[in-house]
Design a protein around this ligand. Sequence first.
Ligand code: WT7
Length: 637
Amino acid sequence: MMYPYQITSFEAYQEAYKKSVENPELFWEEVASHFVWKQKWDKVLDWNFSEPSIEWFKGAKLNIIENCLDRWVETQPNATALIWEPNDPKEPHRILSYKELHEEVCKFANVLKKNGAKKGDRICIYMPMIPELTIAVLACARIGAIHSVVFGGFSAQSISDRIHDAQCNIVITADGAYRGNKTIPLKSIIDDALINCPSVDNVIVHSRTGIPVSMIKDRDVWWHEEINSLDKNTASICHAEIMDAEDMLFILYTSGSTGKPKGVVHTCGGYMVWTNYTFVNVFQYQQGQVHFCTADIGWITGHSYIVYGPLSAGATSLMFEGIPTWPDAGRFWEIVEKYKVDIIYTAPTAIRSLMSFGKAPVEGKDLTSLKVLGTVGEPINEEAWHWYDDNIGDNKCPIVDTWWQTETGGILISNLAGVTTAKPSFATLPLPGVQPVLVDEQGKEINGNEVSGNLCIKFPWPGMLRTTYGDHERCRLTYFSTYKNLYFTGDGCMRDKVGDYRITGRVDDVLNVSGHRIGTAEVENAINMHTGVIESAVVGYPHDIKGQGIYAYVICNALHEDETHTKQDISQTVARIIGAIAKPDKIQFVSGLPKTRSGKIMRRILRKIAEGELSNLGDTTTLLDPSVVEEIKNNRL
Ligand code: WT7
């Protein structure tokens, strides 16, 4: 069998789980023995959650790219590593074998070195979903540089903050990106971002759209020119840097309940083992199958289940540049038919959006190649689950509802396709190595079944975050200080009578809009940048397609003649400061916010009003000015 650690029966799952809890070191050592290491570890695990300090495969040496490419070039050079489907179905697609991808990665790694990149450098990548994005990521890892991919929807300000935080010295971008019928001027956004980023010495620009760009002397170079200038005899030879298992592999920024996004850090050894193990087991990947993860590589889902998980398993990974609804809402299903996709992994928000177009876009498409369906990013409602099951899986494909986070590196709670039982709206059971606990507000563990609480994890798993870049204390405070000796996820969770887990959503001030994490404080800060705004409060509310929508209560300093205009200005400000994904869906002007006498905004009340639950607002007598509640209720949008 291809993956000796693939679990293929419920009994085997139970056995693996038991082993992983009783003797984690032995368990993970066995799994890790199936990877390529330059040197084996001295100790499998060393940890404490109080600092926190988490070290897996201590003392081991490796390069993750030798595991993702070189080993497959030896055994299956002509197997397809990457299938790329362009935004526009009329444009030709591209296919790269393991041998070809390896060659491209080595060439670009040499370009990076030529531009001054060294082991340990931080490199920002801001690119469209094209093969060169995957190549850039892998090339960084090959030379031991730490990549920080920034999603193409983020604003110049957001990029600038991230570059500054990580002190990146190189940026890799493209002239522009295609997204449906729009072209996004990536390079020009980068130029704006770099006005105040003195750490950046070089910008490498891939030509994707051909739109005009300004190339800055002594800073900007073209990707293709750099490749062409390499010595033909040695261009595709690039030594893979020998890394410590605990050296940083990448930084990925994610939002929290306070302040600016934090740079979640993942390291080489543990992340590799975890993404591979979860990929092979959750999706029950079989050699030769086509895996289509619809996420963008700018998010953790793309990092783990387009790039590292599949490639480290020698799989065929399909990346799609476009959006599900352009040129029409049949785009995903056309891709499934075209490449005989075996596994599709997408977000509930995409399913709900496609559902709204009815069955027509699915009809006539041959989806019989599909074997496994997956979802991630937010709780999936039963209606969407059944639509997916009936119309896409023809009731023949197991659906895996995979719960995890940027911080967890890979899937923590999910059924294993066809191996353990699926249950609509339940992520079901923890993977081997994952020890979930539910705790009450005081941090007391809630035992037994049919209980709810805050979801924590009490033992380390190889793929967990190690720190937040440049600020270890923030990592401790955010994840390891709420409850002693536990990793706190920020999610609420229910365990049903047979022990299956159902994630109920965030319990902190973090929103999940279309599967994207957005901090309410971050949106408020952006709104408050607008000159007309005195104060604001942002909450989430149920949204049919996005899961959660953004509802902003805003106090302005003057009476607005044209409210619609002011609202547009505020939205535009948010788009400029964060990105279009954070634009409020609703803006209500208010004369005051419900505050306690100590000045704390009562978000619970605002949330209830946004949700339309007007009758039971709870106790409002402790408010400084209870009358504002009436006004807000009466003018509710
Ligand atoms: C948050 C993490 C995991 C990659 C994409 C999002 C929510 C994620 C599920 C699920 C219910 C889910 C949680 C989590 N979430 N998957 N299957 N069921 N909720 O990564 O941006 O780090 O967000 O997404 O609330 O904490 P992220």
